[in-house]
Ligand binder design. Structure first.
Ligand code: G6P
Length: 616
């Protein structure tokens, strides 16, 4: 994971680097560090903790430099210590490097370099690259001074296995920065007399909106006025400069206490933005402009495989229920990390759909590449324009939910649920779904933002419930059919941000194991609407009560639930089944949010997690 930012230009690195680094904290936040070139001296400062700990430790002199690289870390190799924090400096003190990714053959590189006299001070895989660069630099022709830096990075990367986004400073080349990427994202920011490099476009937009997305195995040589791209194998590459029209103000917290709170409460807007312009004129189906697959091709599809990780995987499960029900196309849902290595036999007419809020999750990206390699059409539903996954797919649907900063996904999740439902409608209308059913569904989607606004009013009731349940250490989430993936998501949200052990199950599955956990100290959260599963869910609720388990029931307004069957009841508005998982997600999000607050947890940056998972 990790985030990197680099700067070279006529201005002081000061806010340029630190502001960029703060915007990358979602990628990891256990330690951070910065290196600059002062005259011809490399200087670095590292700190354990958040970027503000680093900021406080930085002497004014360092912030006045015109070239620097910095890093925020999510530990993979080695504990959270200052030695393991980046930048890493080569043992001859000539190079400093920041790295995002994982070097798989670092042990053999390290062993070789140690035999050559190089000293290692950290437990990281990254230190092997910086020392390898120093080794190749030393071996090169000393007359070719300017290219010597670039060529030693290039030579080193030829020996490196694994993934990397790197930025390197050289003491002998104060006006230069060399960067490269494979598997981890890296973007150049092109400014006036300045260049930046970062692992996310958001870390650049405070300086420039002109960017170049690097491709795998590309290496960039930058100075203040110019840059050139080549491949690691040394073929030249033409840079394509793009303009990003990010609204960075959307990422400001405003009057909210946490980004997660903001993102929960702005769901009506996020959903409105995601459906804007996406219904047909006769309001009977959905429209998607960026699929890049003809209706003819789509009508041939006889199987869809959804790939994702984390919360997005739960959205895939909803897609499975809805697409199978409304479009009658068989759907399979795969963890991207498993699919990638499983070599599943696929039919010719299979379509692959990846769901990812960040668009950078390495497992999802790699699984997509694998599917593409085998010749399948790939689509993505994703919230990050220009992200690696968006660029890798044949086409896709952007969520337009706006930046999500809280690590635990909320608005990005409900927007994925909505788009999965709209995709089910679209595919259904291309097959057997009738005009009038299509119209009813479109009407349901159009009513969604208002319904969500109404649902959010349960917040005060949930705050009280949260007080009551904040001290429990275990919790079950149970639901059937469309409520099952929301039960999984409820359990995930609670464990992510409040560190309470929670599990989600189909309610009927409870009898096959989880029921052993039921006791006065393990409450259950049941999710139900009044549909065909209601009576069966009620029977499951009774089974829990019979074993002295406390029950919080989240139910649609038309459910009649005997008072003695439950301990707390949260009622949500009645909704068409296609949008009911979205409505039901709201109380589940609020419950985990308010419980986490009661437990005084760091809601937006929960321990050990990161927003964008770019390591396998
Ligand atoms: C991390 C995030 C989750 C997210 C998952 C998959 O674990 O904390 O919120 O669901 O990655 O990320 P993606 O960006 O691919 O949806």
């Amino acid at each position: 994971m990790c985030g990197i930012v680099g700067y070279i230009g006529s201005k002081k690195i000061g806010n340029r680097l630190i502001e960029g680094l703060k915007r990358l904290e979602y990628r990891g936040y256990d330690s951070s560090g910065l290196a600059i070139l002062d005259q011809t001296m490399l200087k670095s400062v590292k700190r354990i903790g958040r970027v503000n700990c680093l900021e406080e430790a930085l002497p004014e002199k360092i912030l006045e430099a015109n070239v620097g690289i910095c890093h925020t870390r999510w530990a993979t190799h080695g504990a959270v210590t200052e030695e393991n924090a980046h930048p890493h400096v080569s043992s001859d003190e000539k190079f400093a490097l920041v790295h995002n990714g994982v070097i798989e053959n670092y042990l053999s590189i390290k062993k070789f370099l140690e035999s050559e006299g190089y000293k290692f001070v950290s437990e990281t895989d990254s230190e092997s690259i910086v020392n390898l660069i120093a080794y190749h630099y030393k071996k090169q022709d000393t007359n070719n001074k300017s290219n010597r830096f670039l060529e030693s990075v290039r030579k080193s990367l030829l020996h490196v296995e694994g993934t990397f986004g790197i930025a390197v400073l050289s003491q002998d080349h104060p006006g230069q920065l060399v960067c490269a990427k494979r598997g981890s994202p890296l973007i150049i920011g092109v400014g006036k007399n300045e260049h930046l490099i970062a692992s996310d476009v958001n870390a650049l937009t405070h300086c420039t909106h002109q960017v170049v997305y690097l491709n795998d195995n590309e290496i960039v040589h930058l100075n203040a006025d110019d840059f050139s791209i080549s491949t690691i194998g040394n073929s030249s590459v033409n840079a394509v400069i793009q303009t990003v029209d990010w609204d960075t103000t959307a990422a400001k917290i405003g009057d909210y206490h946490h980004f997660m709170e903001k993102e929960i409460f702005e769901q009506p807007i996020a959903l409105t933005n995601g459906m804007r312009g996406r219904f047909s004129n006769d309001s009977s189906t959905a429209l998607f402009g960026g699929l890049n697959i003809s209706e003819d091709e789509l009508s041939q599809i006889d199987r869809i495989i959804f790939l994702s990780c984390g919360t997005g995987w739960h959205a895939c499960l909803i897609a499975e229920y809805l697409i199978e029900r409304y479009a009658r196309i068989p759907v399979e849902v795969e963890y991207a990390s498993e699919f990638r290595y499983r070599n599943a036999p696929l039919d010719k007419n299979s379509l692959i759909v990846a769901i990812s809020q960040s668009g950078e999750t390495i497992d999802t990206l790699s699984a997509l590449k694998e599917a593409k390699r085998k010749g399948y059409k790939t689509l993505s539903i994703n919230n990050s324009v220009g992200s690696s996954i968006a660029r890798e797919c044949d086409g896709g649907i952007y969520q337009h939910a706006g930046p999500e900063i809280g690590v635990a996904s909320t608005k990005a999740f409900t927007s994925q649920l909505m788009l999965c439902g709209m995709l089910a409608l679209y595919l259904g209308r291309m097959r057997n779904l009738s005009y009038s059913d299509g119209c009813k569904i479109v009407e349901a989607f159009k009513s969604l933002p208002k319904l969500i606004q109404e649902t959010l009013s349960v917040k005060d009731q949930i705050k009280l419930i949260a007080k009551e349940y904040a001290d429990y250490e275990d919790c079950l989430f149970l639901g059937r059919q469309l409520m099952f993936p929301i039960a999984l998501e409820g359990a995930l949200k609670l464990k992510e941000i409040s560190y309470i052990h929670a599990e989600g199950y189909p309610a009927a599955e409870m009898k096959h194991g989880p029921i052993a956990l039921i006791s006065e100290s393990c409450p259950s959260v049941f999710l139900t609407t009044s549909g065909e599963m209601f009576a069966k869910t009620l029977a499951n609720i009774k089974e829990v009560k019979a074993r002295k388990g406390k029950v919080i029931c989240i139910a649609s307004e038309d459910c009649e639930i005997p008072e003695d069957s439950i301990d707390s009841l949260i009622k949500v508005p009645i909704a068409h089944e296609i949008i009911s998982p979205i409505v039901m997600s709201i109380p589940v999000q609020l419950l985990s949010y308010y419980i986490a607050i009661e437990r005084k947890c760091d809601v937006d940056k929960p321990r050990n997690l990161a927003k964008s998972v770019t390591v396998e």
